[in-house]
Design a protein around this ligand. Sequence first.
Ligand SMILES: [Zn+2]
Length: 402
Amino acid sequence: MTVETDIRQEELGGRPAEACTACGSSNLRFVVEVPNIPAFCNVLLDNIDAAKAVRRGDLRLVYCEECSFLFNAVFDADVLAYSPEYANSLSCSPSFGSFLQEMAERIVRKHDLNEKTVLELGCGDGDFLTRLCTIGDNRGFGFDPSYFGPPVVQAGLGVEFEGRYYTTDEKVRPDLVCSRHVLEHVEEPLEFVRLLADAAAGKAALYIEVPNATYMLEKPAIWDLIYEHPGYFTDRALVMVAEKAGLTVTESSTTFQDQFLYIDAQASGSTGDSHLEQTTSLDRLSELVSSFSDEVEQAVSRWTDKVRQLAAEGKRVVTWGAGSKGVTFLNLVDSSSIDYIVDINPMKNGRYVPGTGQQVVGPNALIEYQPDLVLLMNGVYQREVEDHVRSLGVEAAVEVVD
Ligand SMILES: [Zn+2]
């Protein structure tokens, strides 16, 4: 698969009525085209044929010069349909678990959430909401069509889960409205934030967390480009969309080694002051976008060359982490010489990577396979993975793909 960067502004300009899906501006700039990628990179398949036959879509990333939001201008929601198959939880990793715990503790402390009510839209497996309720002895309500656990969990004052979307008819009166890693999945982000603001009913605090597109551009983290994400938020774009929805942003910051971006906001008490000045400037973001498209192309060819070279030398390479980054990496570079991808989540083991068809194996499979190189998709886990690999008696080098 190749990444085409030869389609420029003219082509974008020739398309009918393109407008920013966050702010409505038509002042858009073409960034990069990644054609024919698996529509779902978080759904693993039961066999290699099904893996290679998955539905695909095109990603044409454009940048809004007005608000700094990035989005896929050819995104087609019909290609995606959420179900319990959708497994993007990272909670299996101890590092990720402690990140969630620290963030939940910070939120409970900041908003004095003790014996209060917490509402989460897009609660996934319910882990984060359960932590919030346990820490502050709170009552929780979680909504998510992909939720597959028990309807009630005994934590704090009790947590209730609904395997469906939240609607404006719910009777929850929350003190905190929380939404983590949902906004990048919706086509109309402003409407979704308005729904959060509505749920806050003029009194609740809000916590919104998304992948950090400013980090993606700076790094550049090209493996973060996935079809499942129609939208990519810079800090500036996230604050803009929250303020447009009538919220007062009290803090915007990054977490998880800058890979995630969050805001704390209030549904009430607006002072009329904008938080936008405390975010990355439009000049800086524009510069980053300018270099990003070339860097995508260079990274893809650099890693393709490297993997081919290792194969030619008879070296065995595996990747570690069958999440979206690992799947995107295998699909963008020529990974035909890579047979396995390692993941510590037992639910993923024995399944196959969409698009390219590598088998997911547990770490113990490395004892027999004895790879020469482990390509780690996320540097956050470097120490954890190195320790794990050594504990298996495997001498392979662990190299972070960035
Ligand atoms: Zn915009």
